[in-house]
Design a protein around this ligand. Sequence first.
Ligand code: PRX
Length: 655
Amino acid sequence: MNDDIDVLLTETRSFPPPAEFARTALLNDPNIYLEAANDTEAFWMEQARTLEWIRPFTKGLEWDAPHVKWFSDGTLNASANCLDRHVRGAKRNAAAIIWEGEPGDRRTITYWELYRQVNQFANVLKGLGVERGDRVAIYLPLIPECAIAMLACARIGAAHSVVFGGFSPESLRDRINDSECKVLVTADGGYRRGQVVPLKRNADKALEETPSIRHVVVVQRRQGSTIQEAHTEMKEGRDHWYHRLMHNASAQCEPEAMNAEDVLYILYTSGTTGKPKGIVHTTGGYMTGVAYTTKYVFDLKDDDVFWCTADVGWVTGHSYLVYGPLANGATCLMYEGAPDWPEKDRFWDLCERHGVTILYTAPTAIRAFMKWGDQHPAKHDLSRLRLLGSVGEPINPEAWMWYQQHIGGNRCPIVDTWWQTETGAIVISPLPGITPTKPGSATMPLPGFSAALLDIRAKEIDVGGGLLALTKPWPSMLRTIWGDDARYVETYFTKWPGRPDLYFPGDGAKRDDDGFYWILGRVDDVLNVAGHRIGTMEVESALVEHPAVAEAAVVGKAHDIKGQAIAAFVTLREGFTQSSSLRDELREFVAQKIGAIAKPDDILFSADLPKTRSGKIMRRLLRDIAEGRALGDTTTLADPNVVAGLKDQYEAQES
Ligand code: PRX
């Protein structure tokens, strides 16, 4: 972390909002920060009133730290906020989703069409016995049916649990079982780099051990294609083709009046144990947070084409591909596939052809684009772009500058947005018409949010490095962890003993003389690999399930494109010998257990792992080894020779 602080301390460039952008921005008066700080509850109530309520709320915040409620006497429906209010007005025939599949197939869906399809699918779900309060799992490629299925669940008051299509059958199974989903919505397949991802076949493996699932709905990804014949066996009575069910479904389904505090969705994310956490978001607060931040962080106007490149399997896809933009009546681009398929200019081709005006993507992608070369964006007319966003991991100043110059034509402000699955919505980010930007800094909390940098005793650090804390509750914060409220309290609200009002996100940060925040990354055992969150313990648990593995320790190592890569130190059981084929087998094993995103880059076999005298694995030293640094303090180790030996071995392997 110290290296990062050094780099960021030397970064002094600052860019005011471009004058033309500021002149026409939805927000250009800095007083909004003060107004929100003066009466934060009133500020949020005003934001919440921009939604359409079935029964208007009178209550704002109820804070019984660390449990919270917002707008608790109001009722509303999230799908009605994303659809019904737009189809009654001028947006009826506007494009809601412009979709492009990886093979090049295209669909444009207007608000009216989306409204009808969501109503139909809501009736399909009801017909399959889904009731208010039930859970529905969604395991799909990035196709419009993701949004349709999510909004249909919201319409009837069922909570959705979207599982990223890159996760393994076991990961899907565990997530389905944790929240006892009744129905699974999947597809015969999706496309990634020209290959078919056999989702239904993966789902079938998961379904061998998911007793709660009664029905499976299967979207036919391409009619007449060979996917379904090759990969899809339909189980009589349980499995149903989506298009057949939709064909007979009525396009009228009254939206349920949901309490503001009713669950909208569950989304699993990695923590510091082997078991992912089901983050619970509720209806009123979440919708308030995403509607407000989408509108003002992205300065969203009627003629914008907004492209958030995230998959719907992650929170960014939930908040800024579906709920936030649709609540604002925006036109969104949705692209299924890889950025380098069939060529490395696919993103810029998409931007040009669809007239994208706002692009929201991840630093890992930006670093890959830099490496692929300036010629790819240079081939395309990107002059419609007017705002760029970054999310998911710290963006290094070099990538920030490249993004500004080569994608933004030195004309577009960049919003570096810090937030998490748990926060539901963007928390720290510039307002593009007001806040000056500095390459590598997410700047300051948005109006309505409060952060501080604290030391371990909760003392505020004005300038310097420390732990990031969110110091006031906000509407879109998680309410609990599904089925494990004790873990909710323990994970987020016990960092500073006796202060259950302080939320700990798990990130370290630096604050500069202007009070700007520079996020340095996780300080817990959570990795951020290419913007994907992975727990070291999850990978370790997967490794030790292999018969050859006695013990495993996993750390993150700096990687120039992915931000972090996974390095695993493995001790073998008696009778097994290290070999490069076993190394490959273990990497593949982790991919099968969790998903390809969790595959370790390096595996080092070792007779022993460095441990303290009390038996705790010294990850700090393993990180030093994995990143090729001089070893830090080894005096607390039970056997300092272990680590010196490991370092030699690692270096021998690397060379
Ligand atoms: O470490 C922070 C990093 O991503 C973590 C949250 O991961 P996840 O819940 O998967 O959500 C990702 C998308 C919001 C955070 O704890 N992170 C996210 N955005 C940034 C970031 N780190 C630095 N700068 C960001 N803009």
